[in-house]
Design a protein around this ligand. Structure first.
Ligand code: 5U1
Length: 764
């Protein structure tokens, strides 16, 4: 029934249409958003609601009636054979329940099978293959007409240039998303910064900007990637029956397909998947902004059809808003564990991603300058999962006449020590070390944290009091705390004081890796601590290690090695370690000499003796009669007996006569480095060390965690997806596409028995 539309509603709808259109233009065409996604979504939903209440408000130019935006000029236009749709959004569980009901009820079934996967925050594209060859790549544009960006897409290495089949289908179109991985984005922005060029706001804008380059050579430098999520316009191929089987087909055709995809049943399956992906969101290599649910049965998908701009059979369940606009009330600085001084924006409280945010990091002084964030500015604040919220940019349209610039103070606001910024470093530091209570508190919290000494109950409030009252100066002092002292602190009950004493006591028994991590050595994270524990097997051996010896440990570079040596050279740190040990902190020592077998040629090559490359190293290993003889030979002997050139002989003799080099070699031999005749037997001796495993399916007797634990304990790594870097795939029952990819790439596949054999376990 027609109702009269109130004038204020007509006016509001017009405002909303204009605002959304303006921001569509900025977002999709200019690639320069000034409005956070959350605010855009809010405006869009308000307009949708108005139009639902008063259908006569709907005009063809309404943004609710179209898919995307107009294409830019500069590329030729492509008309999509079938429109590239967008998805309807759901934000609340109730909306997902309603979606499932709309699917289920007409079918008269109690639960439906869905194909589910993350919603990638990238750029939608379509790739057309004719008789097996990539002939065109296009952007979505307005959903009907996109831009021909074939030349740019071809530069993306993840995009196959041809299909694998011997008799390929006459035509098919693969749709998906072009993405920039988080790490590539960081790298790109660092490079932009070095060149003094404009920084990108987020990986999606970086991907879009890269795809719009008129010069494909620039795109080629940008490290873009692609994930496929649909197949369209297929001619000359029998399509599978389900979406998931279609994705499996794309895997066989070497398309990158998301490893997180799954098939689930019913609405409970959808919501469980949503929660599991939310939990791992931050650890994914790319940004996502929700998950997508699709009816798995393709026949049913077709029956359901479309509404306006989106299919009925699918929905995007979006994560809560991650960005919001608020005001900078002040900017001051925070002191971290290693003394790093971080400017922090104090904000007018704003609700972002499910929590109220009042502070956001500005990273460092240069960032504040580059982003030109001033006190009084309106800013876009982003919160990504559990990561500290950050200020993305100032909203310049809203800058008030009066703003104040931030100035870095000269002295630490906590202890008054001088703030120093070394040349070439972005970070300024308080020079107070552990004299500075702020650094002491952070160091204690790190020491007690779950992945370090795991002292449950020792939180921020308690640490603040312990440090402020002078009860604890170093981590070793924690072990001197008794129940009456703790019970005397504010906000601690009798019972939790005794729980804490108990937690400190039981936490004394730990592992070497945790202990090394707990020490808080700059640049030594959890993975490095594990490597160090594995290699040295004992703390004293690590403490005595020369910088060059540390380089021998896999994945340890110059900066980390220097940091470790400096840490143990500090008298104060050594004293704390003695105190911790005498307080009863302990772990089991173990050293795996077997892992350190190598060949003499590889070892000589590693020594990087000037002028001695891998082939000379090989020859020296074969003819020298062993390392000891080589170390004793003088230049003349090397020249005459081993047929070295005068320069090479001088270089080798000089190297081995240097006491520092001799010390490193002796230390490595003491640590168990031994030489085998052949490279094969060296590899056999440490079959797991440095190798990358992928686990898929269910093993009969081992859980995934147990298998992972075994691999890591022997110096291997476990990755989430199969790639050219994978050494082994361990496959159990119901292994999916990872197994197909491994077979495709010729990667060795192990069942549980094979895996145990490789680990050197008895499988009888
Ligand atoms: N992951 C994913 N994103 N996404 C976007 N799947 C997916 N499917 C889409 C869109 C627009 O559309 C299908 C219905 C083809």
């Amino acid at each position: 029934m027609d109702r009269t539309i109130p004038t204020n509603v007509i006016k509001r709808a017009r405002e909303l249409r204009e605002a959304i259109e303006l921001h569509n233009y900025r977002y999709y065409v200019l690639d320069a958003p000034t409005l956070p996604d959350a605010e855009y979504d809010r405006l869009f939903r308000e307009l949708q609601e108005l139009e639902a209440n008063y259908p006569r408000l709907i005009v063809p130019e309404s943004p609710t009636q179209r898919v995307g935006s107009v294409p830019l000029s500069g590329f030729s236009q492509v008309t999509h054979r079938t429109p590239m749709l967008s998805l309807n959004n759901a934000f609340e569980d109730e909306e997902v329940i309603a979606f499932d009901r709309r699917i289920r009820e007409p079918l008269g079934v109690s639960d439906v099978e869905y194909a589910v996967e993350p919603k990638f925050d990238g750029v939608a594209i379509s790739l057309t293959y004719q008789t097996g060859l990539l002939v065109q790549g296009a952007t979505r544009g307005d959903g009907h007409t996109g831009e021909d960006v074939s030349a740019n897409l071809r530069t993306i290495k993840a995009v196959p240039l041809r299909l694998q089949a011997d008799s390929p289908p006459a035509r098919l179109e693969v749709r998906g998303e072009v993405l920039m991985l988080k790490r590539d984005f960081e790298q790109l922005n660092r490079a932009q910064e070095r060149k003094g060029e404009k920084l990108f706001v987020n990986p999606r804008n970086a991907a879009a900007g890269s795809l719009r380059q008129l010069d494909p050579r620039i795109t080629a430098t940008r490290h873009l990637t692609f994930l496929a999520y649909a197949l369209e316009g297929v001619e000359g191929l029998d399509l599978p029956q389900t979406h998931s089987a279609m994705m499996d087909y794309l895997v066989t055709q070497k398309f990158p397909v998301c490893v997180e995809r799954k098939v689930v049943r019913g609405v409970q399956g959808l919501l469980k998947y949503y929660r599991s992906i939310s939990a791992k969101r931050d650890s994914l290599p790319y940004h996502i902004d929700g998950v997508v649910y699709k009816v798995n049965d393709l026949r049913r998908q077709e029956q359901m059809g479309f509404v306006a701009r989106a299919p009925r059979f699918a929905v995007a369940h979006k994560f809560p808003a991650q960005e919001a606009v608020t005001e900078v009330l002040d900017i001051d600085v925070q002191v971290g564990r290693t003394g790093a001084i971080t400017p922090v924006a104090r904000l007018r409280p704003v609700f972002v991603g499910g929590v109220t945010v009042t502070n956001a990091t500005l990273h460092n002084e240069d960032e504040v300058r580059r982003k030109d964030i001033r006190i009084g500015d309106s800013v876009i604040v982003r919160r990504a999962g559990d990561v500290i919220p950050e200020v993305v940019s100032a909203v310049l349209d809203r800058r008030p006449a009066e703003t104040r610039e931030f100035t870095m103070s000269k002295s630490c606001p906590i202890c008054g020590s001088t703030i120093i910024r070394l040349p070439g470093e972005a970070v300024a530091r308080c020079s107070g070390g552990l004299y500075c209570p702020a650094q002491r508190k952070q160091a204690l919290l790190h020491f007690a944290s779950r992945r370090a000494m795991d002292i449950q109950g020792l939180g921020e409030k308690l640490v603040d009091q312990l440090v402020d009252k002078g009860l604890v100066k170093t981590s070793a002092d924690l072990y001197l705390l008794d129940q009456p002292t703790l019970a005397g602190l504010e906000r601690i009950a009798e019972l939790s004081a005794s729980h804490l004493v108990q937690a400190i006591e039981t936490g004394k028994k730990t592992t070497l890796a945790r202990f090394i991590y707990a020490l808080g050595i700059p640049n030594v994270g959890e993975a490095t601590a594990k490597e160090l524990a594995h290699f040295f097997g004992g703390l004293d051996r690590l403490m005595q290690a020369h910088e060059q010896t540390l380089h021998y440990v896999p994945d340890i570079g110059s900066e980390v090695a220097r940091s470790i040596v400096q840490f143990f050279a500090e008298r104060h740190n050594r004293e704390v370690i003695v105190q911790l040990r005498s307080a009863g902190v302990r772990w089991e020592e173990d050293q795996r000499e077997k892992d350190k077998q190598t060949t003499l040629a590889r070892f000589l090559d590693w020594l990087a003796i000037p002028g001695i490359g891998p082939s000379t190293a090989e020859r020296l290993a074969d003819t020298s009669g062993g390392l000891e003889r080589l170390m004793q030979a003088d230049a003349q002997a090397l020249r005459q007996e081993l047929d070295l050139s005068p320069n090479a002989a001088k270089s080798v003799a000089g190297y081995f006569s240097n006491p520092q080099n001799r010390n490193v070699i002796e230390q490595l031999l003491d640590l168990g480095v031994t030489f085998t005749k052949s490279a094969e037997s060296a590899d056999k001796a440490s079959p797991v060390r440095g190798k990358t495993f992928v686990l898929t399916g269910t093993l009969p007797n081992l859980t995934r965690e147990e298998a992972k634990g075994k691999i890591e304990a022997m110096g291997g790594k476990v990755a989430g997806s199969v790639s050219g870097k994978t050494d082994y795939v361990v496959a159990g029952a119901e292994a999916g596409s990872k197994l197909v990819q491994a077979q495709d790439l010729g990667i060795p596949i192990l069942d549980e028995e094979g895996f145990k054999k490789l680990m050197g376990e008895n499988t009888q």
